[in-house]
Design a protein around this ligand. Structure first.
Ligand SMILES: Nc1ncnc2c1ncn2[C@@H]1O[C@H](COP(=O)(O)OP(=O)(O)OP(=O)(O)O)[C@@H](O)[C@H]1O
Length: 506
């Protein structure tokens, strides 16, 4: 059997925590090999070892039949290993070509030839049908385009094994199809892909084999043609996972949030919201569906005071809150799970216990006058860590050391423990494993049943369909229609997401 890669008995310890525990991974040349596991199972750590970002505590790597020691990404690239990270590593102010050749060895005369690089980038883009302009500035590119740049960068450096860490979490469905086409072409040419994902449908349709990790250990390696989504979920989590949320019919109360003709501009000064009107009731989940970039971010920012509305009004329990400062809005019992947990959700350098009081540190019982009551703050953190099953060694751990799923649980715990009347949840399960997703879905429904009004913004159609009592579809800054959640016609929803308007709203 022709294996391009063997990782043998890999152990990686971070202090007392063993992130990889005697991991054995064998990857065949020419296959797409999925790496699955709960949040914090050790997938990224293992791949960071292969890419030379971390040194294993012990263990061996055999690449293309040779025992190798990879002490830096430069060495990994020289061996023919490329990696596209969850968070891209591009410099926004530089062009695509500049980013691609950054850090490469200069040619004769000590210069990097940008023109030659641009020609090669165009050749590669053409070969793989990837639309990449070498002269575009990276900050002007969409997330999907930036990912294409990362892939071209790896191809440009001659990658024969490409590692992709959750590449589809931020892509539109069309971009996902495009990415899969590129990866299949790459493997048809005899190259190999390691694909980290939490989306079991994608793994089943794209990958040849799957290795499942749990708590740092390999549970097993299986062929996708001989397994099922349910079996993979069971291997990952160690128990049955329910993909459908069990929920009672909703009993809506009074209007909690009302938008009337709201308009707002995006960061480029173009109109992103064009007369948005809807009401959200106590005890219901209103889902906002739509392809990313159709005004979802601006909508949430206007409601939470992070962006100015240039027309229209936002009412909270009948009170005008349009353009109030964010803190004034949050103090009115509004909770917000933001779309970008690193930028807006958490302060990465701070500990879990500090992140859990970001909104409330100046209030009782955490603050007495000007003094913080650290004993109460610690007790509060320990209680929430237990209740929300945040996997961490202690409340003192900086959140930057937590896995994505556990970071999201910290945000959820902080927002939900205040028992909000309005809970705005944007992409609440992005990047989360099936177990954590099931947990967060259940908590959102519990919040609804407790009497909160929940505004759920998600590009995952399955998530919107299974949780929402009503669904509003956003397209180019306008609401195309609002439909009841239970009896939704997927066909009709798809048409609305592509810009066709519904005649009767509910
Ligand atoms: N630099 C670090 N210092 C300390 N602990 C770390 C560090 N990097 C990772 N960890 C810990 O190692 C464990 C494995 O993390 P890792 O990011 O590899 O998980 P993962 O399977 O990729 O999770 P996710 O699906 O959430 O991305 C986690 O408990 C994490 O908190």
């Amino acid at each position: 059997m022709d294996y391009i890669l063997e990782m043998r008995e890999i152990i990686k310890e971070f202090g007392a925590l063993r992130a990889n525990d005697r991991v054995n991974l064998k990857v065949k040349r020419g296959e797409i090999h999925a790496l699955l596991g709960e949040n914090g199972a050790g997938k990224t750590t293992l791949m960071n070892i292969l890419y030379g970002l971390y040194q294993p505590t012990s263990g061996e790597i055999i690449f293309e039949g040779r025992l190798v020691k990879i002490t830096s990404p430069r060495e990994a690239i020289e061996l023919g290993i490329g990696m596209v990270h969850q968070h891209f590593m591009l410099i926004p102010a530089l062009t695509v070509a500049e980013n691609i050749i950054l850090g490469m060895k200069a040619g004769p005369g000590g210069l990097l030839d940008l023109k030659q690089a641009a020609t090669r980038i165009k050749e590669l883009s053409h070969q793989y049908g990837l639309d990449v302009d070498p002269y575009a500035k990276v900050w002007q590119l969409s997330v999907g385009q930036q990912q294409r740049v990362e892939i071209v960068k790896a191809l440009y450096r001659g990658a024969r094994l490409l590692i992709l860490d959750e590449p589809t979490a931020v892509l539109t469905p069309q971009e996902v199809r495009e990415l899969f086409r590129v990866l299949k072409q790459f493997t048809r040419e005899g190259h190999t892909v390691i694909f980290i994902s939490h989306k079991l449908d994608e793994v089943m349709s794209l990958c040849d084999r799957v290795t499942v990790l749990r708590a740092g250990r390999v549970v097993g390696t299986v062929e996708t043609s001989k397994t099922s989504k349910e079996e993979l979920a069971r291997m990952m989590v160690g128990r049955e996972v329910f993909f459908k949320v069990d929920k009672k019919p909703c009993c809506p109360g009074e209007v909690i949030l009302e938008l009337k003709g709201v308009e707002a501009l995006d960061n480029k000064g173009l109109k992103a919201l064009k007369g948005i009107s809807f009401s959200l009731y106590r005890g219901e989940i209103l889902g906002i569906a739509g392809v990313d970039g159709n005004g979802q971010s601006e909508l949430v920012e206007v409601i939470t005071g992070l962006r100015k509305a240039i027309a229209g009004k936002v009412f909270l329990k009948g009170q005008d809150i349009t353009n109030l400062p964010p803190r004034k809005i949050l103090e009115q019992n509004v909770a917000h799970i933001p779309e970008d947990r690193h930028l807006r959700g958490l302060v990465m350098e701070m500990s879990i216990k500090e992140n859990l009081i970001l909104q409330t540190y100046y209030q009782q019982p955490f603050s007495k006058g000007f003094i913080l009551d650290w004993k109460t703050i610690k007790e509060h953190a320990c209680r929430l860590i237990k209740e929300y099953d945040v996997r961490a060694l202690s409340e003192e751990v900086p959140v930057k050391n937590l896995s994505g799923g556990n970071q999201q649980k910290v945000i959820l715990a902080r927002e939900v423990c205040r028992q909000p009347e309005l809970l705005i949840a944007m992409h609440p399960t992005r990047g989360l494993d099936v177990g954590a997703t099931e947990y967060i879905h259940r908590r959102l429904v519990e919040e609804r049943d407790r009497g909160a009004a929940v505004l759920l913004i998600s590009t995952e159609l399955d998530e919107v369909l299974s949780l929402s009592d009503r669904i509003a579809v956003l397209y180019e800054g306008e609401i195309m229609g609002i439909v009841p959640g239970g009896e939704v016609d997927i066909e009709e929803l798809g048409l609305m997401m592509a810009g066709s308007r519904r005649k009767v709203a509910c």
